[in-house]
Write a protein that binds this ligand. Sequence first.
Ligand code: 0A1
Ligand code: ZN
Length: 875
Amino acid sequence: MSDPQPVYLSDYQPPDYLVTHTELTFDLDPTATRVKARLHIERNPAAALSAPLVLDGENLTLVSLGLDGTALEERDYVVSDTTLRIEHVPERFCLESEVEIDPNSNTALEGLYRSSGMYCTQCEAEGFRRITYYPDRPDVMATFKVTVIGDPAREPVLLANGNRVEQGERDGRHFAVWEDPHPKPCYLFALVAGDLCKTSDRFTTQSGREVALEIWVEEENLDKTGHAMASLKRAMAWDETTYGREYDLDLFMIVAVNDFNMGAMENKGLNIFNSAAVLTHPDTATDAAFQNVEGIVAHEYFHNWSGNRVTCRDWFQLSLKEGFTVFRDQCFSADTNSAPVKRIQDVSFFRTAQFAEDAGPTAHPVRPDHYIEITNFYTLTIYEKGAEVVRMLCNLIGWEAFRRGADRYFERFDGCAATIEDFVGCMEDASGERLDQFMRWYSQAGTPEVDAFGEYDYVHGEYRLTLRQRTPATPGQNEKLPLHVPVRLGLVGTKSGQDLTLTLDGESLGKEGVIHLRQAEQTFVFENVAEAPVPSLLRGFSAPVLLHYPYSREELAFLLTHDSDGFNRWDAGQRLSMLALDDLIAAHRNGVEKVMDTRVVEAFRTLLDGEVSDKAVLAEMLTLPTEAYIAEQQRIVDVDAIHAAREFMRQSLAVALRDEFIATYEANASDEPYAPTPEQIATRSLKNVALAYLMAIEDAKGLELCQAQFAAGRNMTDVRQALTLLVHSDRQDLAAPALKTFGEKWAHDSLVMDQWFTVQVTRPQPDVLERVEYLMDHPAFSIKNPNKVRALIGAFTQNRVNFHRLDGQGYRLLADVVIELNRLNPEIAARLITPLTRWQRFDESRQALMRQELARIKKEPLSSNVYEVVEKALA
Ligand code: 0A1
Ligand code: ZN
C-alpha cells in the first residue's frame, strides 16, 4: 500500500527458473485452508548459475518449506510481503511448501475466495500468488496435478482443471484429484468446491473426439443453463469451421459464481463465470442478456486456443489474447445474429466509451509500456481497440491470408508464451505484406482523427478525396506518427443512387474499395466518375478513428436511404441527428426556443414507412445517439443542455410520428412463446423502441400499451422495458406499484434484483440521489458483491443529470463508495472511479467538485489500483 512502483515492458527478462510440473493439495477450510505445493523446478538454461530463486506470494502464512525432501531452516530463505527468496538452489529440484490462507476474508475476489458458501478462484492476472508461493508470470508454464480435499456435506462437488483421475474418502473428508496435461501458466489455474448441480451435454469434435460438457450452478438455477449450453456448442462448432480449432480435453466445464469481478474467466477446462454472464431464463433475462451470455460463453471458449494453448509472454501483451479473442467472439456473434446490428452496437459502444478512455488521463496504447497495477489494464483499449486492430489486419491482408497467419501462429507458438510481434509476424509471413507501420497501432495511444474533404470535377469526371490524419497527444506521448489507416469506401451517385465504380490510378476497385492512408495527408483521385457522388467513408467502421467530413443534412439524408452499406446508413442517420442536436443544444444554451429539424422527422418517417427490411437495423436507426455519445462530441460537456436537447428531439419525433409508432408497436406485438432468435429479438426491439417514443410524451395510448405490456409479463425483455419506461416517466403513481410488484415477485432472484436497482437509479429526473442512498440500505444490496455495486452505483454514475448534480452530491456519493471499496475490493474500486477521472471535460464548477473528491480519495491509504488511477487523474 505504500508508493507503488511501475513495471516497464523494456525491463522484461526471461524467468531464471521454470516450473515443469506443479502438484497442489488443497485442504479446504473457510478460514484456514492449507495449500501444499510440490514444484518441479529447473534453472532456465539462459539464466546465471548463481541466480537466486524468487517466488511471488501475498497474504500467505508459510507453514513449512522443504527442498528435495529436506526441511529448510529460516536462515535458508527470506520471506517479504510479496516474495519468498532462496539464495542458492540446485539446477533442478523439487520445492515443497505449505501455506495457510483465509478464503472467507478474501473480499478482493482474487486468489481463493468464497462466494455464496462455495470456494472458487480467480487467478488472472496475479491472483495465484495469493494461493501459494510461485513464479506468478505467464511465461512459466507447467502441467498441473491438483488434489482437493473438502467436507462431503458442505462441498460435495470438487473441481479443478483438466480430467478427474481419482476420487475417494478419507477420515470423514472426501477428495478429488485432477490432472491437466496441457502446460499452462498459473493464471489459468482454477478450483471450485461447493454444493453445486450440473447440466450435462456432449459435443463430438470434427476429428471424432467426444467431449463432455457441464455447466455447474446452484440448484435453483438449473433451469437457467440451456442457452449457455447451446451457445457453447455453437461456439465449439464455429471455431472448428472458421479457424479449424478443436477442443483438446475430454471435459469442458463452466461454473456460475455470484461474486465475480469481471464477466468470466477462461481457466483451462474449467471456465468460471459471473452468474450474470451465464444464467438466462425468458422470465428473468432480457434479450440483451441472452446475447451477452452467448458472446461471453464463446469468448471464454475461444480463449482455449487464443490465450491458453498460446498464451502471453508478459502482461504487456494482454491484447494479444484479448484483442484477438474479442475479434473472434464479435465475428461469431455476427455470424449467429444480425451482422450489421452486431457491428452497429459494437461500434456505437466503442465510439462512446473507448474514445472517451483514449481522450482521458488513463489513455494507454493497445500495448502499454508500463503499468503500476495490471488489473487496471483490463480496459476497452486492450479489449475493444485491440479487436479493432486485429480486424484491420484481417481486412488489410484478406481473410484467406489472415486464416493462414492464424494457423501458423497456433502451430508455431502452441504451448508457448508469445508476443504481439509473433502474432503480427505470422500475418506478415502469410500475406507477404509489410506491417511495420501498422505496428504503430499497438504503441500509440489516442484516437486518430481523420479530416476528409472531397471535390467533384465535372469537366474531367474526377473525384478528389483528401484525407488528413492526426493523433492528439496523450499523457506521456506528445509526438505521434502517421498510422496506416484502411478506409473502406464507396462513392454513391447522386443521380443514380447507386455505388459508382471506383477507378484509382487506372485500376478498378469495383463498387467498393479500401484506400490506404499512410501519410499525414494524402489525396486520392478517382477517375471516370460519371456523376457527382456523395462519399460513403469508413464503411463498417474500417478503422478505429474519428472521421470528420463536412456532410450537409441533405447528403446525410441521401446516404441514410441510399448507402449500400448498412452500417454507414445507420451512421448517416446518427450524423444527421447529431447536427440537429447541436442546434438544439445551442438553442438551449442561448435560452431561445428549440425548433425541431423537419429533415430528421421526414427521415424517420421514411424509415417507419418500411424503407428498411431488417427490423433489428431499423430499431437501431430509430434510436438517437445516447447522451454519453453526444457528450463525447463536445469539448466541454453541457450535461443539462444535452439532456434537454435529446428529450426535446425524442418528444418532437413522438408527437410528429405518433400514429406511425403506434402502428409499429401493434405490428410487432406478438404472443409467440419466447425464443432468443434473431428474428424475435429484432421484433421486440422495434416494438420497444416505438413504445419508448410513445412514453416520451406520456401519450394515453402509450401509457395503456406500456401498462398492459408490464402486466402481461410475457418475458423479461418486455417487462423490463415497460417498467423502465414507467419509472422514467413522470407518472410515479403508476411506476410505484409496478416497482413494488416487481421487487416482491423477484426478491429471491439476485440477478433480477440487480435490474430492479438499475431501473430505479437510471431515472433521468433529478431526484435519484436520495433513491440511491435509500437502496444502498436495501437488504438485497451488498457492497461486497460486484454485480450489486455495478447495478446500483455504476448505473447511477451513468445517469448524467443526477451524477453531475451541481451541488456535487453525486460525486461525493461515488467517492464515499470508492473509499469503502478501496479496502474491500480494490479492483472494483479502481474501475468505479472512472467517471470522476473525466473531470477535464466539464465546466469549471463541476471540475472543481470532481477534483475535490479525487483529492479526498487520495488522502486515504490507497491500494495500488486506486492509487494509480487517482494519480493519473490528478496529474
Ligand atoms: N480473461 C478474462 C477476463 C478477466 C480478467 C481478469 C479477471 O480478474 C482480475 C477476471 C477475468 C476474459 O477476457 O474473459
Ligand atoms: Zn478474454
